[in-house]
Ligand binder design. Structure first.
Ligand code: 3EB
Length: 307
């Protein structure tokens, strides 16, 4: 598996390749001529439009139930976009339901990583914040999967400026190892002050692949215990965020030669793009996107892949 960020003007090169599991667009056109599944998110980078490319072995691509997916015998990438104007709980449940039927049906029974973007994340839906409605639907859709021995994925959930709900995932043939953060309460055990159902994700998932441990780190923010830190102080939030990222890597048992393969940051306001990044996080290829972090007091969220 490899992860690259490509400028949008190199699209034709990507469309011709046969080793791509999935392409995620940020500020890129909706059209796509390639065989690989493509999801055009409504998120926009702080710089020029970019494609994120997840490449693997020679891939088989297909579409079922509106889910575009590809698999290479080890990993499966799947993406679905659904209109986000319906009640958010049902949209979330439908999206997860379709993705799970496809992934499990193809023999990739373990979700490792999920990305979820939808508009108006703080808006109200039947008296409850849309993010909290999303959590209700996700929880309902994952119930059966968890009962069958499925594992919660690492995840990112970000508010987009417009568009559909897009859900894209990586699933694996074998289970990952969930890594939680000792500085944080597990999200799936958050108290109900954050909504009637908790967000079903783990802080990171570790997968053994190609002789190495691959650590997929969830969207990580300035939360300690279950509480947001330093509202209104973006630099202090960044320090807590990097402390959380460091803590996850320390818990994951990766080799001393580990490296940060790729990072994405989501910033609520453009100022977030001017923060300075400590090592090792500042070294990796990075994509900085404008987005609404799912708690309104948080200005920054960072995700990463470390191998
Ligand atoms: C948090 O730690 C911040 O609902 O899938 C980060 C990553 C967050 C994923 C999700 C939410 C999600 O609670 C928010």
């Amino acid at each position: 598996m490899r992860i690259f960020y490509y400028p949008a003007d190199r699209r034709q090169e990507l469309e011709g390749r046969g080793d791509i599991l999935g392409v995620v667009g940020y500020g890129t056109p909706a059209t796509w001529q390639g065989r690989a599944p493509y999801v055009a998110t409504a998120l926009v980078p702080m710089g020029p439009p970019m494609y994120e490319v997840i490449a693997g072995g020679p891939a088989i691509s297909a579409t079922r139930e509106g889910v575009h997916y590809a698999h290479d015998g080890e990993w499966l990438f799947a993406a679905v976009a659904l209109g986000a104007r319906e009640p958010m709980a049902s949209v979330a449940a439908e999206a997860y339901g379709r993705i799970l039927r496809v992934a499990e049906g193809e023999g990739y029974g373990y979700l490792i990583r999920a990305w979820q973007y939808f508009p108006d994340i703080h808006g109200l839906d039947q008296g409850l914040e849309r993010y909290r409605q999303f959590n209700r639907g996700r929880h309902q859709a994952l119930e059966g999967y968890l009962a069958r021995g499925g594992l919660r994925p690492a995840a990112t959930c970000i508010g987009a400026p417009r568009g559909d709900l897009t859900l894209h995932v990586l699933a694996h043939r074998t289970p990952g190892l969930a890594i939680e953060n000792p500085r944080q309460v597990s999200a799936y055990r958050y108290p109900d002050i954050y909504g009637p159902r908790p967000p079903d994700f783990v802080r990171a998932m570790k997968v053994a692949s190609a002789g190495r441990g691959w650590l997929w780190i969830s969207g990580t923010a300035a939360i300690v215990g279950h509480e947001s830190q330093a509202p209104g102080d973006l630099e202090a939030q960044a320090r807590e965020t990097f402390a959380n990222l460091d803590a996850l890597v320390a818990c994951a048992g990766l080799g001393a030669d580990r490296q940060v393969l790729a990072v994405k940051a989501y910033v609520r306001v453009p100022d977030g793009a001017r923060l300075s990044w400590p090592q090792p996080w500042g070294m990796a290829p990075a994509l900085i996107l404008r987005g609404d972090i799912c708690r309104s007091e948080l200005g920054l969220e960072i995700e990463a892949v470390v191998v």
